[in-house]
Write a protein that binds this ligand. Structure first.
Ligand code: NAD
Length: 385
């Protein structure tokens, strides 16, 4: 027993030192890019697996259509990056092969198709999810998910902290066999401040006032207590116009399905695990896969993607061309807003509303009875004003 406790104590010291070192690198990585003053904005595109190449092909058509003048003037470059495929990742035994990561780091923002994560026990090396690896490598600290259901009065934007909490040391807990085990949760001052700032900047730039800080600070007193306190202090000092509310995660999970209260919420700031859970609940309220895009935003880099996976069964059944591109188009809209192309984003958003309405002329069902991905894009281009 003493030996286990001694080893665990030593491991704890190593973890603490690593985490302190991480916060020291954080300040440099968190500096935002001034997109307006770039000579050329480079948008990288990684197709991914399964239906990824099909929906990405259409997403690139949309980008090229909306940004044709900027591309012609050399203000924007769309750069295809090959090799973020399951086959290549298995061959190189890396969740992101080195040359692919280097190419991604040459871009400013990334549009990414879904990537398949090999299941354990298939004989393939146990590769980490490419997404988890990208979030870490590019320090994408904010997972941003808008959820909008106008007919229910819902217009929410979630800012989930993406690099800390239970996830950063999730596979490095300690165990005394047959007695107990212990995992670690990490909240840093800088990590909390940068997610809160990202959420508040969004609120300020988009005319939102209501901010919900969602934690379990009554139980997790150190980590969540600190998270809530730093969020509040930053707002009081630099964003006095915002109206902050503190909520516990359990009651917020209930609030989201309570029509009497949910329309007043606008922007949410959450630690990693609560954000993971509650954004899926919110996406379900909106209508599930296909209806939401996802942004993973850092200082230097930002990555945009559909929220669904690679749908391998659609490829096996030969119906990949019938995949619904709505979710990746939503991601394109988020990318455009992120880099400051609000007018182009608005055009896309308005056209998507028409093309996905109940009376739309072209419908994608995900099967042969519906339109193909390409037919849906053609309809979108005909609709864009
Ligand atoms: P999935 O999202 O790929 O599929 C779930 C269901 O939704 C399936 O029936 C699928 O056919 C359908 N579907 C998904 N996207 C669709 C689209 N655009 N149009 C029509 N139907 C669509 O989820 P899964 O089957 O759990 O995962 C498959 C693979 O994707 C796994 O390897 C998983 O790890 C990976 N994945 C990747 C990401 C990512 O890269 N961001 C996200 C989730 C899952």
């Amino acid at each position: 027993m003493d030996n286990y406790i001694k080893t665990a104590t030593e491991q704890f010291e190593t973890l603490l030192r690593e985490q302190v070192a991480r916060t020291e690198r954080m300040a440099e990585l968190s500096k935002p890019v001034d997109y307006a003053n770039l000579d050329t904005l480079v948008i990288g595109v990684c197709d991914g697996d399964g239906i990824g190449p099909i929906i990405c092909r259409e997403a690139v058509r949309v980008l090229e259509y909306l940004l044709k003048d900027k591309i012609a003037a050399g203000k924007v470059e769309i750069r295809r990056i090959e090799g973020l495929t399951l086959e290549n990742r298995i061959a190189k035994e890396k969740s992101i092969p080195d040359d692919v990561l280097a190419a991604i780091k040459e871009c400013h923002v990334l549009l990414k198709g879904p990537t398949t994560t090999p299941k354990g026990g298939t004989g393939a090396k146990e590769l980490e999810s490419a997404n988890v690896a990208l979030r870490r490598e590019l320090d994408l600290f904010a997972n941003v998910r808008p959820v909008c259901v106008p007919e229910l009065g819902i217009d929410w934007t979630f800012y989930r902290e993406n690099t800390e909490g239970e996830y950063v040391l999730g596979s490095r807990g300690v165990e005394i066999p047959d007695v107990l085990c212990c995992d670690f949760k990490v909240t840093t001052d800088l990590g909390t401040e940068r997610i809160a700032r990202a959420a508040y900047e969004f609120a300020r730039n988009n005319g939102k006032k209501n901010i919900s800080i969602v934690t379990k600070a009554n139980i997790m007193k150190k980590t969540d207590g600190k998270f809530a306190r730093i969020c509040r202090q930053l707002a009081e000092k630099e964003y006095p116009e915002l109206e902050l509310e503190d909520w516990y995660i359990d009651i917020m999970a209930a609030n989201l399905v309570n029509p009497a209260i949910r329309s007043k919420f606008e922007v949410f700031v959450l630690p990693n695990l609560y954000g993971d859970i509650i954004t899926d609940e919110a996406a379900q309220i909106q209508g599930g896969v296909g209806t939401a895009g996802s942004a993973n935003v850092g200082g230097r880099y930002a990555m945009f993607e559909a929220i669904h996976g690679s749908a391998p069964r659609m490829i096996e059944e030969g119906i990949g061309e019938y995949a619904n591109p709505s979710s990746i188009f939503k991601a394109v809209e988020m990318l455009l807003r992120h880099v400051g192309y609000a007018a182009e984003a608005e055009k896309l958003s308005e056209a998507m509303k028409i093309c996905t309405a109940d009376d739309a002329k072209v419908k994608v069902t995900g099967d042969r009875d519906g339109a193909t991905c390409a037919e849906f894009s053609d309809y979108l281009f005909a609709t864009i004003q």
